[in-house]
Write a protein that binds this ligand. Structure first.
Ligand code: GDP
Ligand code: IMO
Ligand code: MG
Length: 428
């Protein structure tokens, strides 16, 4: 397997956690390399369900090294809670390592996320309000505080004081809000620093050493291609890079070290938050998919918007990420539908567009062109090989692969680890 990057090929929540967990069985190391606790990755192992926000899904195996890389923004309170919850469930967290260079989310980031969303009113992005955007903004503005700074008892108080001063000015004078208490934040974060110190190191060295030794590494992406700051439906995106190239930056390795890239997509499409979604179904079928798929956010509990598989998005994800393979999840959710549809292009003012447009104005006018397929009524949750699937389901998958332009390596027929059909040898 060597190094495999797992990314979201749609708008997030494609099942990256499950696919990472499945691949992790034969891996030595799992690396989260970007995003923060806006992510919610669900992994179901037998009867137990785990919801990860920051910790790599590999932690559920006792022997995998798990890395939180420099590209991740870390809310220490959330991370500590996640660690505690895993330990309580008997999962050892001794193999976790956190990058010294990762940036830290502070309470002013969450406050700013909230007030900025409120000010946008009808134009709000629908963020998770976890402070992700403001934390990445500070990183780019070169005023952020990194984990290494948080651990430095001499430097940290002054860095925090300067930040709280300027953020309080914005919160009170621009937004008429309340200011944050420096002493209280300082005390809390000094405590977090001590609790996290034992996990912190230069994780780039660990990852590069593992690559050098030929170990198997899974890079667990967060969010999805269409939420990418450069390539997504801007400004309705997150503030980092869910696309495959970010695995190098966020883990501290070079592009020559990446072996394969797998894009995870649902057999249909969902989106949570605002922004364009051409194949969205605002009807009974959309509601049925939401119900059958349990489409409610892992992080915020918000109902996810649901629609048909979008081949234009699929093709775009293959191009932007250089996908070797697709992993198609939640095929079981479509069982029982009389007809299933795939969008093959967009009709824009009478012309068919095959490539995902940059302009939201154009995108909002796009009407999907669909190909219809007969559905299947069988329960497919016990299928373990391609031949176990009804012929209609196989035809549907073949067409998804053809239209998107990448072979399918893995098919999800249920949320459990075992409910997976592997259709390509990902391990050599
Ligand atoms: P992620 O953010 O990409 O890791 O995805 P989420 O965990 O937010 O959402 C995916 C949801 O679908 C989770 O509840 C998973 O347990 C579930 N899931 C993943 N793969 C499958 C599948 O093949 N079938 C079904 N029915 N559920 C799945
Ligand atoms: P996983 O890793 C789905 C969405 C939010 C919002 C936009 C910006 O579980 O797939 P942010 O808080 O990042 O500033 O919000 O991005 N979003 C996600 N949607 N899955 C995610 O993560 C997401 N992370 C952020 O809903 O529309
Ligand atoms: Mg999720």
């Amino acid at each position: 397997m060597s190094t495999v990057v797992v990314i979201g090929a749609q708008w997030g929540d494609e099942g990256k956690g499950k696919v990472t967990d499945f691949l992790a069985e034969k891996a030595d190391m799992v690396v989260r390399y970007m995003g923060g606790n806006n992510a919610g990755h669900t992994v179901v192992v037998e009867d137990r369900e785990f919801k990860m926000h920051l910790i790599p899904s590999g932690i559920l195996y006792p022997d995998k090294m798990c890395i939180i890389g420099s590209g991740v923004v870390i809310d220490p309170a959330v991370l500590l809670k996640e660690l505690e919850s895993l330990e309580k469930q008997g999962i050892s967290t001794a193999n976790l390592r956190i990058s010294q260079r990762a940036h830290v989310i502070f309470p002013y980031h969450q406050k700013l996320d909230q007030v900025e969303e409120e000010r946008k009113g009808n134009n709000k992005i629908g963020t998770t309000c976890r402070g992700i955007g403001p934390a990445y903004t500070d990183k780019s503005a070169r005023v952020g505080i990194r984990v290494i700074d948080l651990l430095d008892a001499e430097e940290f108080p002054a860095l925090l004081e300067a930040n709280i001063k300027s953020k309080n000015q914005i919160l009170t004078e621009v937004y008429n809000g309340k200011s944050l208490d420096y002493g209280e934040v300082l005390n809390n974060f000094k405590g977090y620093a001590e609790a996290l110190r034992k996990y912190v190191c230069d994780t780039s060295i660990l990852v590069n050493d593992a690559v050098q030794q030929g170990q198997n590494i899974v890079f667990e992406g967060a969010q999805g291609t269409l939420l990418d700051l450069d390539h997504g439906t801007y400004p309705y995106v997150t503030s980092s890079h869910p696309t495959a190239a970010a695995a190098c930056l966020g883990a501290g390795i070079g592009p020559t070290r990446i072996g394969r890239v797998i894009g995870v997509a649902k057999a249909y499409t969902t989106r949570v938050g605002e922004g364009p979604f051409p194949t969205e179904l605002n009807d009974d079928t959309g509601a049925l998919i939401r119900k059958q798929g349990g489409e409610y956010g892992t992080t915020t509990g918000r109902p996810r918007r649901c629609g048909w598989y979008d081949g234009v998005v699929g093709r775009y994800a293959v191009r932007i990420n250089g996908l070797d393979y697709l992993a198609i999840t939640k095929l079981d959710v479509l069982s029982g539908l009389e007809t299933v549809r795939i969008c093959t292009g967009y009709n824009y003012r009478g012309e068919v567009i095959n490539e995902f447009p940059a302009s939201l104005k154009v995108l909002n006018e796009c009407v999907p062109v669909y190909e219809d397929f007969p559905g299947w009524s069988e329960d497919i949750t016990k299928a373990r090989k391609l031949e176990d699937l009804p012929v209609q389901a196989r035809r549907y998958l073949d067409r998804i692969s053809e239209i998107s332009g990448a072979p399918i390596a893995l098919i999800g027929v249920g949320s459990r680890r075992a409910q997976t059909i592997l259709t390509a040898d990902l391990y050599n």
